[in-house]
Design a protein around this ligand. Sequence first.
Ligand code: EPZ
Length: 417
Amino acid sequence: MEKLMISGGRPLQGTVTISGAKNSAIALIPAAILAESEVILDNLPLLSDVAVYSEILEELGATVSWDGNSMRIDPSHIISLPMPNGPVKNLRASYYMMGALLGRFKEATIGLPGGCNFEPRPIDQHIKGFEALGATVTNEHGAIHLHAKELKGAKIYLDVVSVGATINIMLAATRAKGSTIIENAAKEPEIIDVATLLNSMGASIKGAGTETIRIEGKSELHGCRHSIIPDRIQAGTYMIAAAATRGNVLIDNVIPKHLEALTAKLIEMGVGIEELDESIRVIGKPSYEHVDVKALVYPGFATDLQSPMTSLLTQAQGVSVLSDFVYSNRFKHVPELIRMGAKIRVEGRSAIIEGHSLNAAKVKAADLRAGAALVIAGLTVEEGVTEVGGVEFIDRGYDNLVTNLRELGADVWRQTL
Ligand code: EPZ
């Protein structure tokens, strides 16, 4: 076990290059199962979830090889094996194996997902979609069994706007007979990224990124090469860290449009922002205005950035209100920030944050983005060393975090517990 040690009070300066999107990668890798020939994915982030996924595909008989950040997957000899336990249990997004295996083999047995533990993560909308396509879905001893004599296109209305359900249903529908319409679909950029891969494999998907997605099923899909979009959440985290430390950082390899909601909020606070074609410069200021933030589905403010944003709002003057309308209980970082002297109270879906400087303390991350929030908080502390436990969570979403922060001038190091 390790912890991150942070001696803060140093403005971040320089350039950080953003890697491929985690939440694309862990959908694109299982999507490769749907092809009958080699798929190459470029710009993959080197994260533990990605490594677990390549292990899962090899277990099923795929040939997987790496060349830097590129993964070559040959799924031509893959078979559908039940995976009630084992590596799938270490992933939140193992559920994408359901849509991929159902699409390719009309059957799958997958252990229920694990992953971040900030609240129960239902998959009822995924199952609703699979059943609409003709699959029988049962839950036995914590594993989901799916089977279909035939997958037939259907019209599916999602009761909840869900990224996972939208992608998972899209995966299965690409190999169904006939056309599928997903209504009330999520619009996140990662959904467009998966649809782009599937269309390069010969699928026919229209409307990804809008609330209505149309998929014409195909009997076979072929291999292709695809480069993953940059990680907008990783980029947003570094933007927030640059503002919180009053630094001057160029965040390179981003799609600025994916960060519009955050950029607008930072400008509202008084942070300096310069937008270029594929990068954003963040210029910190001595003082910030308080703002109200609502975490919503895309293109609203990303829920994955609400915990890092909470740390920045402790640096604003006055009282800010941050509400999360996607997850009702994603405030596990708040008690830890309070241990650092933050003045925050949680009321229902909202955190009320009074601007106040923070002190060094021993804190612990309970999930991936809470960990990022605690690192950012530690970077703002002028005196002393903040110790952040739960590094294993942080490593699931931020590759090269310590290297990147040190290159930006932060005094951060890992220490074995
Ligand atoms: C994806 O999770 C991301 N994870 C999450 O990022 C992100 O927070 C979330 O989308 C929202 O943007 C991955 O892509 C691997 P949802 P997902 O289905 O797909 C409810 C991170 O930190 N819901 O869009 O699981 C659900 O409870 C992670 O990188 C149902 O009720 O999220 C939630 O309230 C954390 N039934 C809301 O919908 C379902 O069947 C949105 O969840 C599915 C979801």
